[in-house]
Design a protein around this ligand. Structure first.
Ligand code: SF4
Length: 357
C-alpha cells in the first residue's frame, strides 16, 4: 500500500490533488443489492483493486499496517461501500438544520481536521449506496418544517467533492434538492474536481462553498488537498454555472503575520474571482478549535506538525456529549473576527457574513 509523507509542507505545484483512487475496497453484502453497489463492485474488480467483504461498514477489520500510524494512513486509502442504516440526521448548527449523510471520511490529511474527533478511530472512507432512502428521509424533515426552508449540510463528515467521481451521490443530492421548493443543500470542499457538477439541475437550491485559508495554513496543514489557485478556479466555474457561492474561512488560525496573511488571502480572492461570483456571495468564519481526543490523535498521526494546541493558551468551551473544545480566548477571537469582518466589508461590500464561531 502506498504511504505518503504527510508531515512535510508542499509547495502549491507539488500538491497531490489527484482524484482519489483506493488501494483496497470493502463491500457490505447488502450494498450489492443496489445498482450503485453492483456498479462499484464491477468497476473495482475490472481495475484489479483488491476487494474484501465486511459485515458492517461500522466495523471494518483487516486494514494492513504494522503501527497505528501506518494503519491510519492505509485506512485513509481504503474505501468501504455500505448501506446507510441510521436515517436519523444529526443537527448541523450554525450552517444548516440537518447533516445529510452521503459519505463519511476523507482521503486528505489536514492536520486540524474535525474528523479526528468525529470519526477518530474509523478513518476509512465510507460511501453509501442507498441514496433513495436518504432522500426520502430528507423529504420527511422538509415536510416537518413547512413552510420554513430546511437546509441540509452535506460536508459534516466528509469532503463530498473529493469522492464524487466514485459515487455521483453529490450530483444526485443537488438534483434532488433542486426539485424541493423548501429544501436547500450546502456543502464545502477543498477540492477542485467540480466539472461533473457544473451542469447538474441545481435550480439555485445548492450553495457551493470552498474552504479557503491564508497561505501559511494551506502550506503547513492541508496536505492532499487542491491548491488555493485550483480551488479559486473551480469557484469561478461553479459561479458561472449559476450556483450561489460561498467561502468558509476555516480554521482561522493565529500565526505570526496572520493579519497580513488573511488580508492577502481576501485580496487575492477579490482580484481573481469572476464577476458572476459576486452576485450572491457568503462568508462563514470559523476559528481554530480542538478537542483533547483530537489533539492526542493529531500528535500521533502528524508528529512533526506545527499546529499549536496548547490548552493553557486557549479557552475551554463546553460542548454536547462531553465534547468540550478549546478555542481562542475572547480577546484573540475578537481580534480575528474584527479583522476578517473589516476586510470582507472593504473588499466584498455586497457579500454576507453568515456567522463567526
Ligand atoms: S479536506 Fe476536509 S474532511 Fe478532508 S481531511 Fe481536510 S478538513 Fe478533513
Amino acid at each position: 500500500m502506498a504511504t505518503t509523507l504527510v508531515d512535510a509542507p508542499k509547495s502549491a505545484a507539488a500538491r497531490d490533488s489527484k482524484l482519489f483512487q483506493p488501494d483496497l475496497v470493502f463491500f457490505e453484502p447488502d450494498a450489492l443489492q443496489y445498482p450503485l453497489g453492483r456498479e462499484l463492485y464491477e468497476r473495482y474488480q475490472k481495475q484489479g483493486i483488491p476487494i474484501q467483504m465486511t459485515t458492517s461498514h461500522n466495523q471494518v477489520r483487516g486494514i494492513p499496517g504494522e503501527t497505528d500510524v501506518e494503519k491510519y494512513r492505509n485506512a485513509k486509502r481504503t474505501l468501504v461501500v455500505g448501506v446507510r442504516k441510521t436515517l436519523k440526521f444529526e443537527q448541523s448548527k450554525p450552517s444548516a438544520e440537518y447533516a445529510i449523510p452521503l459519505a463519511t471520511g476523507c482521503a486528505a490529511h489536514c492536520h486540524y481536521c474535525y474528523l479526528n474527533t468525529n470519526i477518530g478511530t474509523k478513518p476509512y472512507i465510507r460511501v453509501y449506496v442507498n441514496t433513495d432512502d436518504i432522500f426520502r428521509q430528507a423529504e420527511a424533515y422538509i415536510r416537518e418544517r413547512e413552510p420554513e426552508i430546511t437546509r441540509f449540510e452535506a460536508a459534516c463528515t466528509s469532503d463530498p467533492v473529493s469522492i464524487e467521481h466514485i459515487t455521483g451521490n453529490l450530483r444526485r443530492a443537488i438534483e434532488f434538492m433542486g426539485e424541493q421548493p423548501l429544501g436547500r443543500l450546502r456543502f464545502v470542499t477543498k477540492f477542485h474536481h467540480v466539472d461533473s457538477l457544473l451542469d447538474a439541475r441545481h435550480n439555485r437550491h445548492t450553495r457551493f462553498r470552498f474552504s479557503m485559508n491564508a497561505d501559511y495554513v494551506i502550506k503547513h496543514f492541508e496536505p492532499g488537498t487542491s491548491s488555493f489557485e485550483e480551488r479559486l478556479e473551480a469557484a469561478g466555474k461553479v459561479a458561472k454555472a449559476g450556483y450561489p457561492l460561498g467561502f468558509i474561512l476555516a480554521p482561522l488560525y493565529w500565526f505570526d503575520g496572520w493579519e497580513e496573511g488573511y488580508t492577502d488571502l481576501l485580496e487575492r480572492l477579490r482580484d481573481q474571482l469572476v464577476p458572476e461570483a459576486m452576485e450572491d456571495l457568503t462568508f462563514e468564519l470559523i476559528q481554530h478549535r480542538f478537542t483533547k481526543v483530537a489533539k492526542k490523535l493529531i500528535l500521533q498521526r502528524y508528529p512533526k506538525t506545527k499546529l499549536e494546541m496548547n490548552e493553557e493558551e486557549r479557552k475551554y468551551k463546553w460542548g454536547k456529549y462531553g465534547r468540550g473544545k478549546y478555542v481562542y480566548p475572547d480577546p484573540q477571537a475578537k481580534a480575528l473576527r474584527d479583522h476578517l469582518e473589516k476586510e470582507i466589508a472593504r473588499l466584498f461590500p455586497q457579500a454576507r457574513i453568515e456567522y463567526f464561531t
